[in-house]
Design a protein. Structure first.
Length: 451
């Protein structure tokens, strides 16, 4: 095929993908408007109280879990409640509401989490008027970042700018700060909040540990396999996390992407060993990769990560992009896809050197040979004088990316936030445009587990 024909095909794929996104937007927003009008009319006719909205903006699932806990407290007091993601709520629905409680995480340095990015772009960018709305905001963040609770603070300021009435000052919580969560519970009138660090935690026994990159110039990367010390293997889905609370540091639990599925018979992780500048091992990674002996046990809990599960994308082609230990979350999805017999998968993965940094190489090669991977691209940043990363390969494969999106593909990104995560997002926006990326978010076809 000539270069002109390739360009024409690429342009056609781009137009087709964008047209599909626009049609999806129109249909969904039309349904929402009709449903909002029907609910308002029904309530007006019966004299019933409008439900309290409990709205969450979540990245890893913590805000969603707290939103459902908040809804439980309200229901126990006999209040009607509606729980949904911020991305699912519209301006007309807020205008017809009387009360809303917001649980909002912050992504990176002050950005909206994926579960609120559409709301941020399409609702908070407007000069809305909400004089009849009473609201409270619980902002979740991490004080390691400069713009602590940046999105939650911005959401609170925007709500006040609309004329909405603030029931309480914005409450900020650093990670799993139980004191802040107890204050939120007290405001709502519920039972004491359960610490996410110890809720449903069980003892896991270290079954095996193997370094995947001996001789690498990068930090050691380990494959870790665990099983319950007692009882049966709990259930989880591809995309979920496991949370480890290090003894003596309950305020800062660590999350790890699960690299296996329950059918494997064990919980597997890919853990990068971290060291502080003074040479000390990172508390959590050191425990998993070195100090815990094989056969030893430690408490962990499975944490559902609904935003990174396949969900409605299970029947779509899948584009998986990641780097380093981010292969863990992508590997779980590929294992599930192989189990389901789905072969429309494209993996784009980056590491340092091809000679030493090829985790799970035999497995990836087998999936490529057997057709589980329709497309496999490995990018090694230090194999050439100029640094080359997955976002550069994505830009080079822009026509193929648009063709996959035109087929309805979903894009999942897992790995480091700095560099890879932000670079892939910038590349996607350069290829498809901001409007198309916003629509991919709205359709749930752009999912990220970055840290």
């Amino acid at each position: 095929m000539s270069e002109l024909a390739w360009r024409a095909a690429g342009a056609a794929a781009t137009l087709l993908a964008y047209a599909g996104l626009c049609v999806g937007t129109f249909r969904r927003e039309s349904r929402r408007a009709a449903q909002t009008a029907e609910r308002a009319a029904a309530l007006a006719g019966t004299g019933e109280r409008a439900p309290t909205l409990v709205l969450y903006g979540s990245q890893t699932g913590q805000a969603e879990a707290l939103a459902w806990q908040t809804a439980g407290w309200l229901k126990a007091q006999g209040e009607p409640v509606r729980v949904c993601s911020l991305n699912e709520i519209t301006s007309p629905e807020l205008q017809s509401a009387q009360r809303a409680l917001f649980v909002a995480s912050t992504y990176g340095e002050g950005d909206a989490p994926d579960g609120a990015s559409v709301f941020d772009e399409r609702v908070m960018s407007t000069a809305a008027s909400l004089p009849d709305l009473r609201f409270s905001v619980l902002a979740l963040g991490d004080r390691q970042y400069t713009h602590f609770c940046g999105f939650g603070r911005r959401l609170d300021a925007w709500l006040r700018s609309t004329g909405a009435k603030q029931e309480n000052e914005c409450l900020e919580a650093d990670n799993a700060d139980t004191a802040a969560l107890d204050t939120w519970r007290h405001r709502i009138g519920g039972q004491r909040a359960t610490s996410q660090a110890d809720d449903a935690a069980i003892a896991w026994r270290l079954l095996a540990r193997e370094q995947l990159n001996p001789s690498s110039q990068g930090a050691p990367l380990f494959h870790v396999a665990l099983v319950p010390a007692q009882g049966e293997l709990p259930e989880w889905q591809a995309g979920d996390l496991v949370q480890l609370t290090v003894p003596g540091d309950p305020a800062r639990p660590r999350d790890y992407s699960i690299a296996s599925i329950p059918q494997d018979g064990e919980l597997q992780l890919l853990v990068r060993q971290e060291r502080h500048p003074d040479g000390r091992l990172g508390a959590a990674s050191g425990l998993l990769t070195q100090t815990l002996p094989v056969g030893g046990s430690l408490p962990m809990r499975i944490r559902p990560h609904t935003n990174f599960r396949l969900g409605d994308n299970a029947q779509r082609p899948l584009i998986l992009v990641g780097n380093g230990s981010g292969l863990a979350g992508l590997r779980a999805h590929l294992r599930e896809r192989a189990r389901q017999g789905r072969h429309d998968n494209w993996l784009l993965y980056g590491e340092r050197h091809s000679q030493w940094d090829r985790p799970c190489h035999a497995e990836l090669a087998r999936w490529e040979r057997d057709g589980v991977l329709e497309r496999l691209e490995l990018v090694f940043s230090r194999d050439q004088p100029e640094r080359r990363y997955v976002q550069h390969q994505l830009l080079q494969a822009s026509e193929e990316l648009m063709a996959w999106l035109a087929r309805g593909a979903a894009l999942y990104v897992c790995g480091s936030l700095q560099g890879m995560g932000s670079g892939v997002d910038a590349a996607l926006r350069q290829i498809a445009g901001d409007a198309a990326v916003a629509e991919l978010n709205a359709q749930g076809r752009y999912r990220r587990d970055v840290y």
